[in-house]
Design a protein around this ligand. Sequence first.
Ligand SMILES: N[C@@H](CCC(=O)N[C@@H](CS)C(=O)NCC(=O)O)C(=O)O
Length: 215
Amino acid sequence: MAGQKHDPVGQYDSPVKRRVAIALHHYRMAFSRDTRSIFGDALALSKLSDLTRIPALVLEGGQVLIDSAAILDHLDALVAPEAALIPRSGPECRRILQATVLAQGTLEKIAAVVYERHFHLAAHISPEWEQRCASQATAGLALLEQLCAAPWFCGASFTHADAMMATTLTYAHLRLPDIVPPGAYPKLHANARACEALPAFQAAAISASETMPNS
Ligand SMILES: N[C@@H](CCC(=O)N[C@@H](CS)C(=O)NCC(=O)O)C(=O)O
């Protein structure tokens, strides 16, 4: 596919990175994977992505796109409108976008707790911040559970909302299992199981070697 040559940073335990890879697989766009870690390889990756964050997509010609939403907007424009994982405009587009950003905001709060616990000594963790983020994440998960339709999050079709939600739930189980207690969020779990069974998800599975480095 013209216009995209490379999908730089490859740790699939990042839901936003993983949702980009899932879209690339879903759209059958060829890409090469760079498996460096945004933490362990931060210096090298800062030369590629000024904010030292993933995902980033290097286009033919060297331009680097950052942020999963901007990258997906670029990829969506490369396929026929009816094949895109979100309509170009209209009420359905807004519904999918709102579900997607709700899932992404929930992920950000889950990740804030993960980072707080991982990068601070126990004595330096802020209980107020940790509690605030966990409450926000729980509120997000509760609303997402209410909104989740079937067979896919927004109804009849698999969309970017499914990819964002399912990768977030899988991440929560991996990095912050206490935020998803057993029996909670049955609709989200059914959705995630259906997503994780898709070939595009399986092609972007998180490997056992993807761990949180200390720096
Ligand atoms: N809004 C951004 C979020 C990107 C993001 O949070 N990336 C994380 C990995 S999941 C990261 O690079 N973390 C390292 C850091 O922020 O220093 C997107 O959707 O791409």
